[in-house]
Design a protein around this ligand. Structure first.
Ligand code: AMP
Ligand code: GLY
Length: 422
């Protein structure tokens, strides 16, 4: 198998690490990749929005399988692009076509999909730019907190939780007025759900599915879940409160009707479904769908997957996932993200990273890194994910924290309290 993996984050390094272990993997390219993926496969300089260039590379390098890491190329229709070209029919893709990617790309589409299939989610109403007055009237007298969501992709910033009706009204005006560009020309207003969040992942061939280990990520920059939202500061798997009873509800009320929905609506969906869930008094609700794996969740989920990921993805692409078996490592995993000083605000790049060779008993997944001629440099806000195993997440975390101290770069920051609420 000759594989092309698209993306450049910690998630993609975890994919590359896992795919590279498969005896089926003959050659792995990562575009554009980072310093870590460059040690596992060959990085290639391709733009993820340049589908013709990706197709030309895939033909030239006789690629059999393309794995799409991030959501943007999926929402922009990379799968549709490949399906429409006769010369590309032999190339399998992991990731949904544009319509399926709308589960992540349009909150309004996702809401309608859930409503139609009676999948538990927060009650909502939506308003377009021509409906500002109606929206403001709707907000009058609602009980805060009030959740406002930009319909489209807004780089993880499109969700606002407003503490008062006045704030919600101001934000609705700003959003419909273009605060997030076209992404907020429609706004979904949602009931606030009070509970504890967790992440469930399925690999699907569009008909059947396999569940991967459950994880929980920590999105705020500060300890105790304070401060600004980030792409994710750490994650653990498994998640202690997600017991068998809760998981059964998740499967029957959410996962099964979702996959059945993809199938009944004939969506071309072969890939990962990420269910962002919240447990409210033991009942699961969908906060969001994503059409890809999570980051940093992947950095704890894949280390716990004992089965051959490449084989599973091939089974999905060939529509025979139903017969596949998944084996999971019983140990817990925890990951700690080392980030650049100032992130998620302004931060500097190109700082030399020292001490990587001193790490023991942890996996270091690179996120924002770049290989210069002589050393590895920081190249983003989230720099490295340090993952460890342990008999429980506390033991795993202790090991990651020990190694997080050994790796150094100017401005390094990380949270020491990943899993604090479990
Ligand atoms: P999203 O971008 O949809 O993941 O939303 C970002 C974050 O906002 C989620 O991780 C939740 O913490 C929070 N959130 C979104 N929707 C709701 C809701 N209906 N009730 C409570 N919190 C929410
Ligand atoms: N960790 C959340 C995400 O990947 O969207």
């Amino acid at each position: 198998m000759r594989v092309l993996l698209l993306g450049n984050g910690g998630r993609e390094h975890a994919f590359a690490w896992k795919i590279g272990q498969s005896p089926l993997c003959e050659k792995l390219f990562i575009a554009p990749g980072n310093a870590g993926t460059g040690q596992t496969g060959e990085n290639v300089d391709l733009s993820l929005s340049d589908f013709p260039a990706i197709a030309a590379f895939a033909l030239e390098e006789r690629i059999d399988l393309i794995v799409v890491g991030p959501e943007a190329p999926l929402v922009e229709g990379i799968v549709d692009f490949f399906r429409a070209d006769d010369r590309l029919q032999h190339i399998r893709l992991i990731g949904p076509a544009r319509q399926g990617a709308l589960l992540e790309g349009s909150k309004s589409f996702a809401k309608e999909f859930m409503q139609k299939r009676h999948i538990p989610t927060a009650a909502h109403r939506e308003f377009g730019s021509a409906q500002l007055e109606e929206g403001l009237r709707y907000l009058t007298g609602r009980k805060p907190p009030i959740v406002l969501k930009a319909d489209g992709l807004a780089a993880g910033k499109g969700v606002l939780i407003c503490g008062s009706v006045a704030e919600a009204k101001d934000e609705l005006k700003a959003m419909l007025g273009g605060k997030f560009g076209a992404a907020s020309s429609t706004v979904v207003i949602e009931e606030f759900l009070d509970g504890i969040e967790f992440s469930v992942f399925a690999l699907t061939d569009g008909q059947s599915y396999k569940l991967l280990p459950v994880a929980k990520d920590y999105k705020r920059i500060g300890e105790g879940d304070t401060g600004l939202n980030t792409g994710g500061m750490g994650a653990v798997s498994p998640v202690s409160f997600v017991d068998q009873a809760l998981m059964e509800k998740v499967e029957t009320r959410i996962v099964q009707p979702t996959i059945q929905g993809l199938s009944e609506e004939r969506m071309d969906y072969c890939g990962f479904v990420f269910f962002g869930l919240i447990s409210v008094n033991g009942d699961p609700f969908v906060i969001e769908y994503n059409c890809r794996m999570g980051d940093p969740e992947t950095e704890v989920v894949f280390p716990r997957l004992q089965s051959d990921l490449l084989q599973l993805m091939l089974d999905a692409a060939d529509g025979r996932l139903a017969d596949a078996a998944i084996e999971i490592d019983e140990r817990a995993a925890a990951t700690v993200m080392l980030v650049s000083g100032g992130y998620p605000g302004h931060y500097e790049k190109h700082k030399p990273i020292e001490g990587l060779e001193a790490v023991s008993n942890s996996l270091v997944f690179h996120a924002g890194t770049r290989q210069s001629e002589r050393q590895v440099l920081t190249n983003g806000g989230r720099v490295l994910a340090v993952t460890s195993y342990g008999h429980d997440f506390r033991a795993a975390l202790a090991n990651s924290l020990k190694n997080a101290e050994l790796v150094d770069f100017e401005g390094k920051y990380y949270r020491r309290d990943i899993g604090f609420d479990l």
